[in-house]
Design a protein around this ligand. Structure first.
Ligand code: FEO
Ligand code: CA
Ligand code: CA
Ligand code: CA
Length: 587
């Protein structure tokens, strides 16, 4: 009956069981098809993956590694034909290359050959893939002229207030306006004018070498955590060695805007949106037509930001929006204990962001966004990840994944848990439901984790329904919130990562229900609906990785061989298309 449906909440799918095993699971009545795997050809003449013959030339024409953000851009308004854009955040050398052993990614920078580094560089960045649904099944269109690989070597333009600044100039680029590639692209967003925004997140991993002690750039680098290398690219490429190219890191940590409908377009790093470890860049049009992009800086004790354009979106003229993201105001959030909050502008010459503080111009404010936000007194958060505004309610959802380092004397109203192992979700409501407003109200929607850890899921939430470590989120066309996680494991929560649907309204607010789970070692990224809600694209990232430091994983001994389950194939990150058996919207 309607009453029963109401009591059951807005979600109708049957919940899956939480747990961890070698494969994925989706709610009964739904299908989960593998659409694109690492190494799949994106062009008619591209080679399929042969992990023992992999080289950079092949990789540049294949789907990249570790799919994170997923965006769907309809062609002709269709929910069965469009462009899929996907970020390739990072690489797991220990799972990609035979014989390296489990520690190759994190500690043994010296073990990768020049060619293996070239494969890694080519496996980063992003993919644009035309896809079509025929007889119910999605397939890539290999002959499409729109298909494109973007890598860590694709030429890009630097735009906005910091473009051309001396601190962005290098010997390869004396003008400070062009840079090769994008790295560690985590989440992102799709703009109303049909471009793809991609956040450069943990760029610090890619640089070896040291900056002169006491130098200004050494101080700047410290605030972004540079100095602890993770990738050995700098052994073969001077620009990833700080001792040889001290300004190169200032050219990363930006939001990149890409026009997927023009395969020859030059991606643009939009410096007006600040330099931080950008998790995502999802936006919404404000009441007066300006575009507002919400931005999380994924680091313990870092901040929540938003950018408000100076100009208005022109819905009738795509080209008129081309450089909208180059002018506007960047703000950082302060959450006050009374449930109100303020967006503090990061504007040169105001709030102490001036020459005595070391900021000669707006370019300096943007290059050192984090230090500028420190000075303004923004609220130090528990790792802000994805942020999405719900166009139906104008409420904004902030995923705060965890912060094991917060001490009891460091808690505040917006980050109330010491040693926050499981994270929480904050709901913000802009004043007058106007996303350009500088005032907002906020509350915690839910403290995540198991019941014994003080989680605040509703009492209707089942044993399968709770989760820890919210990371990505999306809102379907009915205005319902879907959350995906990164960090659940046998050890942490006795369950794999996955997708949970979370009620935000009515008596079932903060009730969560488990829809999908990933194979062991993986996290779930990029959840994205087609406009008709009939397809739910999900990104399974780093399957087969170790989910427990005591049990290492490698190419030869991965924790799973998902999705191929072939003894000669390593696990492969992949995009999965979830649809309802017999058709219809995801319920
Ligand atoms: Fe790439 Fe913050 O996750
Ligand atoms: Ca993430
Ligand atoms: Ca999202
Ligand atoms: Ca993640």
């Amino acid at each position: 009956s309607a009453e029963e449906a109401e009591a059951a909440g807005s979600f109708a799918f049957p919940e899956i069981e939480a747990g961890v095993d070698e494969t994925h699971h989706v709610a009964e009545g739904y299908e989960a098809d593998i659409l694109l795997r690492w190494g799949d050809p994106l062009f008619s003449d591209a080679a399929p993956l042969d992990p023992r013959a992999q080289d950079a030339e092949r990789q540049r024409r294949q789907f990249g590694y570790n799919n994170d953000f997923v965006g769907y851009l309809p062609i002709g308004g269709s929910s069965e034909h469009g462009l899929l854009v996907v970020n390739h955040e990072y690489t797991n050398s220990e799972l990609m290359f035979p014989g390296l052993g489990p520690q190759s990614r994190k500690t043994s920078l010296d073990v990768l050959s020049r060619e293996q580094v070239a494969v890694e560089i080519a496996a980063h960045g992003g993919s644009v893939v035309e896809i079509r649904r025929e007889d119910g099944r999605w397939k890539p269109v290999l002959g499409s002229g729109l298909n494109r690989r973007i890598t860590a070597e694709t030429p890009m333009e630097i735009t906005g207030p910091a473009a051309g600044h001396p601190r962005l100039r290098t010997s390869d680029d004396p003008n400070g306006r062009s840079v090769l590639g994008t790295i560690n692209n985590c989440s992102g967003g799709i703009t109303p004018w049909g471009t793809w925004l991609s956040g450069e997140e943990n760029f610090h991993y890619y640089f070896i070498g040291a900056l002169p002690e006491g130098s200004r750039e050494a101080e700047n680098a410290r605030r972004y955590g540079l100095g602890g290398p993770f990738y050995g690219w700098g052994r073969f490429h001077d620009r990833f060695d700080l001792s040889k190219a001290p300004n190169e890191p200032n050219r990363f940590g930006w939001v990149v805007e890409i026009d997927p409908f023009d395969p020859h377009s030059v991606p643009k790093k939009r410096t007006a949106l600040g330099r931080l470890k950008h998790e995502g860049a999802a936006g919404i049009v404000a009441r007066d037509g300006r575009y507002v992009v919400y931005l999380g800086d994924d680091e313990r004790f870092d901040y929540v930001y938003k950018f408000v354009t100076a100009g208005r979106v022109d819905p009738s003229d795509r080209a008129a929006n081309r450089d909208l993201l180059d002018a506007g105001t960047l703000y950082v959030a302060r959450f006050d204990a009374d449930g109100t909050g303020t967006w503090l502008p990061l504007v040169h010459g105001t709030g102490g962001l001036d020459a005595p503080a070391g900021f000669a111009s707006q370019a300096d404010v943007l290059i050192e966004t984090r230090r500028a936000a420190d000075i303004l007194g923004a609220t130090k958060m528990d790792r802000p990840e994805d942020i999405e505004a719900n166009p139906r309610s104008n409420r904004v959802y902030v995923m705060l994944t965890n912060n094991g380092r917060r001490q009891a004397d460091q808690v505040d109203a917006a980050n109330p848990r010491p040693k926050n192992a499981f994270g929480h979700i904050i709901e913000m409501l802009p004043e007058n439901e106007d996303h350009s407003a500088t005032a907002f109200r906020w509350e915690i929607l839910v403290r995540c984790g198991p019941p014994a850890a003080g989680a605040t899921f509703s009492s209707q939430t089942t044993e399968n329904g709770w989760f820890g470590m919210p990371d990505n989120c999306t809102i379907d066309s009915r205005g319902r919130l879907w959350v995906s996680t990164d960090g659940n494991s046998r050890k942490a929560t006795g369950r794999a990562d996955g997708i949970w649907a979370v009620e935000t309204d009515g008596p079932r607010r903060a009730t969560s229900r488990h829809f999908f789970r990933v194979p062991i070692g993986a996290e779930l990224c990029g959840p994205c609906f087609t406009p008709d809600d009939e397809t739910f694209f999900v990104a399974v990232q780093h399957p087969g990785e170790s989910d427990d430091d005591a049990i290492p994983a490698s190419f030869d001994q991965p924790s799973t061989r998902w999705p191929d389950f072939r003894p000669d194939m390593p696990p492969r990150p992949a995009i999965v298309a979830v649809t309802r058996k017999g058709g219809g919207a995801i319920a």
